[in-house]
Design a protein around this ligand. Structure first.
Ligand SMILES: Cc1cc2nc3c(=O)[nH]c(=O)nc-3n(C[C@H](O)[C@H](O)[C@H](O)COP(=O)(O)O)c2cc1C
Length: 312
């Protein structure tokens, strides 16, 4: 299989050792040279792989591979300790539980932490779709807005909703910044539409690309992870009776004109957004002046692929 792999500085990747499209770092990975953020992301990803291997019965069939992962976790914990990173940090504590319970994960980790599934309720689908249908992208804001502190609290809860989103390898790469002052919002004028500048509050959403390790720039999950997080944010705001508009801020837009590059450069300087953060979107938030008509949605049958040829 041909896969383009961008090397992280300080990391020796095992050439050609691929499982599907994922690169399996060997023991030669120079953990000490990773930044704290990269190390924690690798810790989460390795822990996640061990955890899901149990559900897929791989811990026994690929025992040696997962023992290596457990040992790598042990080395990561030692480095974190040397760097005085808190073992209380929730993802470190979670990784430790998986590491320490490795020999009997089912009894020591899964069973004590799991809960029974909820009641099956197919009737819940209808009202949920109605809730989704009532959400619209809002670009005209009401004159009477909640005060900025209230909006900021909701924005914080939207970020909490994003933290709960599914994300590839449990890397948790989403990074956020709340923009409230006219001066901050004005920084995006001419790059984004007027409704962003006039929005009562904006949330910048970016992804820490360093956390995707060996796949680097080729990693598609960067944007998919961001989209999953943004969707949760938007639905939380909708549930609270606030309007949102998801506004694209990808590098395709930024790099499409010299002027755009300049605006984003100034924005990231003024807002202290590091260069390893890949910009994805700005979410506009506020009370809607009105809910716009629902844009035409394709019918159910139109979005279904035709049945496979040999089934027709
Ligand atoms: C990835 C993405 C990028 C978007 N970018 C913009 C944008 O830059 N400006 C804008 O006004 N709306 C933007 N939108 C909102 C879409 O235009 C909107 O969701 C779509 O027209 C459907 O309307 P609805 O959200 O009211 O259902 C974006 C939506 C998504 C998912």
């Amino acid at each position: 299989m041909k896969t383009s792999i961008k090397k992280l500085p300080g990391v020796k990747w095992a050439a050609g050792k691929l499982l599907g499209r994922y690169v399996i770092p060997t023991a030669s990975i120079e953990l000490e040279r990773l930044s704290d953020d990269e190390l924690l992301s690798l810790m989460r990803h390795e822990t996640h792989r061990i955890e899901k291997a149990l559900y897929n019965n791989l811990l026994i069939t690929k025992q040696k591979l997962f023992e290596e992962k457990r040992d790598r976790l042990g080395r990561i914990f030692r480095i974190l300790q040397e760097r005085s990173l808190s073992p209380e940090e929730p993802t470190v504590a979670w990784a430790r539980r998986v590491h320490d319970g490795f020999d009997s994960l089912r009894e020591k980790f899964i069973e004590p932490g799991s809960t029974p599934p909820p009641a099956f309720d197919p009737e819940a689908a209808g009202p949920f779709i109605q809730f989704l249908e009532a959400r619209r992208s809002v670009r005209v804001w009401a004159d009477n807005q909640p005060d900025q502190d209230t909006l900021k609290n909701i924005a914080g809860e939207m970020i909490d909703a994003a933290r709960e989103a599914p994300n590839s390898g449990n890397r948790q790469a989403g990074r956020f910044r709340i923009l409230q002052t006219p001066k901050e919002k004005e920084l995006l004028a001419k790059l984004k539409e007027h409704h962003c500048v006039t929005a009562p509050l904006l949330i910048f959403v970016g992804m820490d690309r360093r956390l995707y390790g060996a796949m680097g720039k080729e990693e598609r999950c960067v944007y998919i992870d961001a989209g999953a997080a943004i969707m949760q944010m938007i639905l939380l705001a909708h549930r609270c009776g606030l309007g949102t508009c998801w506004n694209h801020l990808g590098d395709d837009l930024i790099n499409s004109r010299e002027e755009n590059k300049k605006i984003y450069r100034r924005f990231s300087e003024m807002m202290d957004i590091p260069s390893y953060i890949t910009p994805v979107a700005v979410i506009a938030l506020g009370r809607a002046a009105f809910i716009p008509p629902r844009p035409g949605r394709m019918e159910h049958d139109s979005v279904m692929l035709p049945p496979p040829r040999n089934n027709r």
